[in-house]
Design a protein. Structure first.
Length: 367
């Protein structure tokens, strides 16, 4: 049996004698079949595809996260292979799955993402992740992992929720403890992705899963795609008794064809059709009278960069997209239905409706 990847003296002697050497058995349950690896790769491909779309919207750049590669490893091996500073995002599942998984991104890639989030071009990122830049990149990771939970819910056909991700900057070469969910020698599943952000990033993104979480994901996927059970077969009917032989039937000879007769043929005529209106259906609108609706009066809107929002202080002025004196928008459940002007009634604000949106516009807004 080999220890630490090296042959003992007994094994070397056995090889010289031409005797086979048994390989060390893997711990029970520490392996994945090819089908399980393919399933994890497919889950990662779909979920990270959604995360790439979310990150692309946040950065305003084309983002691609593809080519998942699934392998069995452990933290000590990963730290030896990647002795670099990494941004580690720890995500715990609160519903639908049990356990936690980790997303690891190189610090340099995180710096470029943070620079883009703060309104920069990404070509001259900061040298380190200060508190402001860490907040920006943490928000992007939060949005990404939220979108992956939504896509996993769709794949598994059940609700999957996550807790807010924990984001830390760790140096794999120096920090002894990357996470508390897995010890250094425990078997884990590593799913590596290729991440590209236009011409700024072409790097590797790692997802680290405890083995039990990976196997639970595979079970959920298999359950979701398993076809419905076939109905039990109908019992065969008992054999019928043999029929009593009957005499052969006698068939009449067909009559000889008769010569065609002269028949008057006229074109068919239909009575004219009259359009008939569909009878109206009586709708009891009274059943809906007690349904509460949320009415919102919107003074205006604006868009700001995360950098500008983080710099807001008491006394800051936020300029809106409407001029003074313009009518305000009145929305019902988030849909525009009218416009009006602000009034004061007994020291309370109110709004006087000045214009109702046409039924055509309301129907367009509801689509």
């Amino acid at each position: 049996m080999m220890s630490d990847g090296f042959l003992s003296q007994e094994e070397i002697d056995a090889l010289l004698r031409g005797e086979p050497v048994a390989a060390s058995p893997s711990p029970a349950g520490s392996e994945l079949s090819d089908i399980e690896k393919d399933a994890l790769g497919e889950i990662g491909n779909i979920s990270m595809g959604t995360a790439a779309t979310t990150l692309s919207v946040l950065l305003g750049r084309r983002v691609s996260i593809t080519t998942p590669k699934v392998s069995i490893s452990n933290l000590n091996e990963i730290k030896r292979q990647y002795p670099l500073p990494y941004l580690v995002i720890e995500v715990g599942y609160t519903h639908g799955l049990l356990g936690t998984n980790i997303l690891a991104m190189r610090e340099q890639d995180a710096l470029i993402i943070a620079d883009l989030m703060m309104g920069g071009e990404g070509t001259n990122p900061p040298s380190e992740l200060n508190e402001l830049y860490m907040s920006a990149v943490s928000e992007s990771m939060n949005q990404m992992m939220g979108s992956t939970a939504t896509s996993i819910s769709t794949i598994f056909k059940k609700k999957v929720d996550i807790a807010p991700p924990k984001v830390n900057l760790l140096d794999f070469a120096l920090d002894p403890n990357v996470t508390n969910i897995i010890s250094g020698d425990d078997a884990l599943v590593r799913v590596s992705f290729r991440m590209e952000v236009e011409d700024l990033i072409d790097s590797e993104l790692m997802q680290i899963l405890p083995l039990n979480v990976a196997k639970e994901m595979v079970e959920n996927l298999m359950s979701a795609v398993q076809p419905a059970a076939s109905p039990p077969p109908t019992p065969a009917a008992p054999p019928k008794p043999a029929a009593t032989p009957q005499p052969a039937p006698t068939y009449a000879q067909p009559a000889a064809p008769q010569p065609a007769q002269n028949v008057a043929v006229q074109p068919v005529q239909f009575a004219p059709l009259k359009p008939v209106g569909m009878p109206g259906t009586d709708t009891n609108i009274g059943l809906l009278m007690d349904v509460p609706l949320q009415i919102t009066v919107e003074l205006g809107r604006t868009r700001k960069l995360i950098r500008d929002i983080l710099e807001l202080t008491p006394g800051s002025v936020v300029e809106l997209d409407k001029l003074a004196g313009e009518p305000v928008d009145i929305l019902v459940n988030g849909k525009l239905i009218a416009k009006g002007e602000v009034v004061v009634i007994d020291e309370n604000f109110g709004v006087r409706i000045t214009d109702i949106v046409s039924p055509l516009e309301r129907a367009h807004n509801l689509q």
